[in-house]
Design a protein around this ligand. Structure first.
Ligand code: NAD
Ligand code: 0WE
Length: 265
């Protein structure tokens, strides 16, 4: 029997087989969790429906949801409520900043509009979907999980305004954990090491970042979506009943070093 059998999760943020949300869905499914999905737009619909089928999720449990839209968020949860009478786990695996924000000198490239979009999609959306999930989570000791990155707390070339948005996301985790604690719900973030996904594919020098990371990290390898998925399964389970408001690092140890050592200088 899996550690999530009898539980139900909504996964937001599957775009491809490389997505962190894909690794999470796979681990939750392996542990016996029933799944539902949202997808950002029609372009992703067929792909997400195909993945969902592989995890035993019918198309009737897959809904469109652009998290920039309050109406989309409300609609997705109304639809979900017509399929399920409760929800135990909410996976938020979404981030976006306009491409021009993620290349160049922070002080030069950061615009009011870029700041706004990054914070809206990457930080506010956690609050919006968490609120919309409340009626379905009521009475169920829910677990809400989002994805962050080290750029929230240390500077990283080109991560720029996304770092500010992740800092806001992490503060949001603490405020949500505090406001939902009395209902029995837990809210946590997983701060993952760099992983080659669609969101990373457009990033300049991402390959060399991965190589640097693998060689300087205590465990001498890069983080995988399977490792993030397994941590999400744990945080979603009753085994993590005492953990809320935390940022759990799944980065093979990168963040603990001030100066990473490498095997060949
Ligand atoms: P991904 O491209 O596979 O996933 C990003 C998802 O965000 C996509 O499914 C996309 O559809 C969705 N999205 C973007 N804008 C949206 C909107 N307006 N409405 C609804 N959905 C929207 O990339 P990923 O790397 O799996 O990213 C998932 C999360 O993991 C993000 O929060 C990212 O910041 C975080 N993260 C990624 C890494 C990494 O190196 N890849 C490291 C740490 C944290
Ligand atoms: O959170 C992220 C990436 C999020 C992201 C990616 C894109 C690319 C395409 C947000 N918005 C966009 N907008 C686009 O137009 N990561 C943690 C992965 C990532 O992105 C970086 C990194 C790492 C790591 C950007 C610069 C430096 C490091």
């Amino acid at each position: 029997m899996g550690m999530l059998s009898g539980k139900r999760a909504l996964v937001i943020g599957v775009a491809s087989k490389l997505s962190i949300a894909y690794g999470i869905a796979d681990a939750l499914h392996r542990e016996g969790c029933d799944l539902a999905f949202t997808y950002q737009n029609d372009k992703l619909k067929d792909r997400v429906l195909g993945f969902a089928e592989g995890w035993g999720t019918p198309a009737s449990r897959c809904f469109p949801c652009d998290v920039a839209s309050d109406a989309d968020i409300d609609h997705a949860f109304v639809e979900l409520a017509s399929q399920w009478d409760g929800l135990d786990i909410l996976i938020h695996c979404v981030a976006f900043a306009p491409g021009d924000q993620l290349a160049g000198r922070f002080v030069d490239v950061t615009t009011r509009e870029g700041f706004h979009v990054a914070h809206d999609i990457s930080a506010y959306s956690l609050i919006g979907v968490t609120r919309a999930a409340q009626p379905l989570m009521s009475g169920r000791a829910g677990s809400i999980i989002t994805l962050s990155y080290l750029g929230a707390v240390q500077t990283m070339p080109n991560y720029n305004v996304m770092g500010l948005a992740k800092a806001s996301l992490e503060a949001g985790v603490r405020y949500l954990a505090t406001s939902l604690g009395p209902e029995g719900h837990r809210v946590n973030a997983i701060s993952a090491g760099p992983i080659r996904t669609l969101a990373a594919s457009g990033i300049k020098d991402f390959r060399s970042m991965l190589a640097y990371n693998a060689s300087r990290t205590p465990l001498r390898r890069n983080t995988t979506i399977e490792e993030v998925g397994n941590t999400a399964a744990f945080l979603g389970s009753d085994l993590a009943s005492g953990i809320t408001g935390q940022v759990i690092y799944v980065d093979n140890g990168f963040s603990i070093t001030a100066m990473g050592e490498s095997d060949n200088a």
